[in-house]
Ligand binder design. Structure first.
Ligand code: GLU
Length: 314
């Protein structure tokens, strides 16, 4: 008999508690360097409507690039498939903040989950408004998806990145030179930095991802995106969600996932589970060290890799 999910979660939390190599907390955004590397959390929202948690699942963290999944969802809602004229859908094979590829590819970022792609997505979401309108829309979206009105932006993190985000400024200016950023760069980056500075805990993040497990539906019955769009977002998470370690994540875990430098990962098992893990120490590719290990263990113990054959009774 398969062990209960709660047992698997307890085992994972215990095992992560003993880990000696916890990775290195991101320090290029000074505010993120203050986070305690000893933290670990996991939350799993299941298709049956359960929510199981372990570790520091009520502690908020900076979702950073995990926000790119939700910003992409909003941008596709605004401009539909026209977005793909401005952003590609291929893994980058480069670091998340690389500028080299952009020069070769005429200012069209490889995918919406590297920084350059997410900056174009922010340009779309800005849509001629002031950043506070676009940021307000994003916050309302996150609150609706997770059913939690307490979700907010950590202004210290946003300010910290605004003061030090020179590489993102370079990327945005570079794309503006190609006409692929259309609003003033400071407004686009204001939107982008604030979106990355949204603070959520694992419980809230797992709940927010449910529409991607439910083929585009909110558990309240509302449609967030069409089934085909949900599947495509999941496909992009699998192929591009972990920067240039996306192939390795697919190999080890086999579940669509999006990581952020705050140490969070959102992982989606279509039809089964929306999972959030968090541990702030990063591995060499900039993905949560223990978060990745925890998802690998979880996939192995549950058989949730999307490449596993369906079980009898599924
Ligand atoms: N705000 C971060 C940056 O642009 C996000 C990076 C990440 O989480 O991958 O550098």
């Amino acid at each position: 008999m398969k062990p209960a999910l709660s047992t698997i979660i307890a085992d994972i939390v215990a095992q992560m508690g003993e880990a000696t190599d916890r990775g290195k907390v991101a320090d290029y955004i000074p505010e993120l360097a203050k986070v305690d590397p000893a933290r670990f959390a996991i939350a799993i929202a299941t298709a049956d409507g359960d929510l199981l948690t372990g570790g520091d699942a009520d502690t908020g963290f900076s979702i950073q690039s995990v926000s790119k999944v939700f910003a992409l969802t909003l941008a596709l809602g605004k401009v539909g498939d026209q977005l793909w004229d401005r952003v590609g859908r291929e893994p980058s094979g480069n670091a998340f903040n690389s500028i080299v590829q952009l020069e070769r590819e005429q200012g069209i970022p490889r995918n919406p989950f590297i920084n350059a792609g997410a900056i174009v997505v922010s340009d779309v979401n800005l849509g001629g408004h002031q950043p506070r309108v676009a940021i307000g829309e994003m916050l309302r979206f996150m609150r609706y998806l997770s059913g939690d009105d307490s979700i907010a932006i950590n202004e210290d993190v946003a300010a910290s990145e605004t003061a030090t985000g020179f590489r993102n400024m370079a990327l945005a200016n570079y794309m503006r030179a190609f006409g692929n950023v259309r609003h003033p760069v400071d407004l686009v980056l204001g939107t982008y930095f604030h979106q990355c500075a949204i603070e959520m805990n694992c419980r809230q993040l797992a709940l927010a991802g449910r529409y991607l497990m439910l083929d585009g539906r909110h558990p309240d019955g509302g449609r967030v995106v069409s089934p085909s769009r949900a599947r495509r977002i999941n496909a992009l998470m699998l192929t591009c969600g972990h920067y240039d370690a996306s192939g390795d994540f697919a190999f080890r875990v086999g579940i669509p996932g999006k990581s952020g430098v705050g140490g969070g990962i959102l992982a989606i098992v279509p039809g089964r589970a929306s999972i959030a893990v968090w541990s702030p120490g990063l591995n060499d590719s900039g993905n949560s060290c223990l978060g990745t290990q925890a998802l690998e263990l979880l996939a192995r113990r549950t058989g949730w890799s999307v490449f596993s054959p369906p079980e009898e009774g599924d």
